[in-house]
Design a protein around this ligand. Sequence first.
Ligand code: ADP
Ligand code: MG
Length: 292
Amino acid sequence: MIPTIEIDGLVKHYGERTVLSGVSLDIDGGVFALLGPNGSGKTTLVSILTTLLRPDGGTARVLGHDILAEQREVRRRISATGQYATVDEQLTGRENLVMVARLLGLSPADARTRAAELLGEFELEEAADRRVSGYSGGMRRRIDLAASLVERPAVLFLDEPTTGLDPVSRQSLWAGVAALARAGSCVFLTTQMLDEAEALAERIAILHDGRIVADGTAASLTALVGGETAVLCDANGEEVRALDVDGTAAGLARALAGLGEQERGLRVELRRPTLDDAFAALTRRGTEAVAA
Ligand SMILES: Nc1ncnc2c1ncn2[C@@H]1O[C@H](COP(=O)(O)OP(=O)(O)O)[C@@H](O)[C@H]1O
Ligand SMILES: [Mg+2]
């Protein structure tokens, strides 16, 4: 079976600056998260994959179609946020979705059904019959996304979909993305937020310095950082200080032997590294490629 998205050695320069220096990835479906700090090249990569920007080197295929030689085939199969800003502020959320569905050729009954499904998936039922002009920023983001999904795309690109959203809107948007993935779409998502990648994606790749520095599940990325860390906690469970345990049992024994007089009564808690730790460790490692 061909991968949903095949990326092979993509290179992109802006003037003197190399933003992508050979990015390769195969994505099989489900939700994939590309994680990277601001300026790491996430939008550049998404723009290339959605045929909006030409790479300077390398190739990519979406559902087997080459992004350069078969642009139209690629575009027919994908949806990208912001690409179809069709929402009319004077109409209600429901009216907008029904209108888009009718424009796509659905019957009036099917259009209403599809609109209701999307309003449910994006938790917009309560606001459905109010004008979009009165929507909050988070609701507006969700109705825009829902409108671009009336026709279920095989592949959806979401470039930092929750940046700037309040926590409640963020959760609603996550629910919509999860529903879409359950319905069979492949979602390629970019984010700077580790918890978002962890919550949504089966697979996460970290982009740093123009390269993929790590690629795997959230669990495999934390495993890369080493084993458990240990912290000393007081009676309230508050962290007093971290212990240098070297990720090993011997290291832990050494650290415990070296505790000060007042520290003897404190509790030792073992903690698994978080994805934040993984991210910090991996980006410190720079261009050294790591495969999980
Ligand atoms: N059109 C452009 N011309 C010159 N530099 C650009 C252009 N677009 C992006 N860049 C630079 O390329 C780098 C990567 O940008 P971008 O892909 O937008 O990163 P991200 O989406 O991860 O924040 C940044 O340093 C940005 O300033
Ligand atoms: Mg960006």
